[in-house]
Design a binder for this molecule. Structure first.
Ligand code: GLN
Length: 190
């Protein structure tokens, strides 16, 4: 299996490391042609506006949208979740826009710019995952086809729509591989 990791900006190196630990091939994706031969793609955390502006200049956002709508599994973390969202409150920044979610950037506010919390994910067993939230967006609403896999304070923090999953936190910054393995199972089935 070969997983593409969008390597324009942000913490793509941590995702690649995670995939290597799991014995899975990782390929850096910057241009549309880099999408060839991959079984799934990860969009890392970082800065969603930079990701969007550079990604649209490279033609990568359009190419990704096309492949994702065609069934390519995708996993977005934090900024990656933002660029996957159809609706970003008070922003017209470039995006892929394939997920029926409404996100509010930096909505946890300055005080709590960064924090950690235990996140219970029923699908992944009884032991919670440690959620690392860094200037994280809040998912304010989800559409009908979106499954909420985990919540924090009543707001979704891990969602799935078909072969697309997104977390507002950063599992790649922990040693817990369960969410990446969950994504790899989606890729295997696709
Ligand atoms: N707040 C950032 C954004 O809007 C996301 C932060 C992150 O990915 N850790 O893009």
């Amino acid at each position: 299996m070969l997983i593409g990791v969008v390597a324009i900006q942000g913490d793509f190196a941590e995702h690649i490391e995670m995939l290597q630990r799991l014995g899975v091939g990782a390929k850096k994706v910057r241009l549309p042609q880099d999408l060839e031969g991959i079984d799934g793609v990860i969009i890392p955390g970082g800065e969603s506006t930079t990701l969007g502006i550079v990604g649209s200049r490279y033609g990568l956002l359009d190419a990704l949208r096309e492949r994702i709508l065609d069934g390519l599994p995708v996993f977005g973390t934090c900024a990656g979740a933002i660029v996957l969202a159809k609706t970003i409150l008070e922003s017209d920044q470039p995006r892929i826009g394939v997920m029926d979610i409404v996100v509010n950037r930096n909505a946890y506010g300055r005080q709590k710019d960064s924090f950690e919390a235990d996140i219970f994910v029923p699908k992944l067993g009884e032991v919670p995952v440690r959620g690392v939230f860094i200037r994280a967006p809040v998912i304010e609403a989800v559409g009908e086809g979106v499954e909420v896999l985990a919540e924090l304070d009543g707001k979704p923090v891990f969602v799935r729509q078909g072969n697309t999953i997104a977390t507002t936190f950063h599992p790649e910054l922990t040693d817990d591989t369960r969410i990446h393995r969950y994504f790899l199972r989606i890729c295997q089935k696709a």
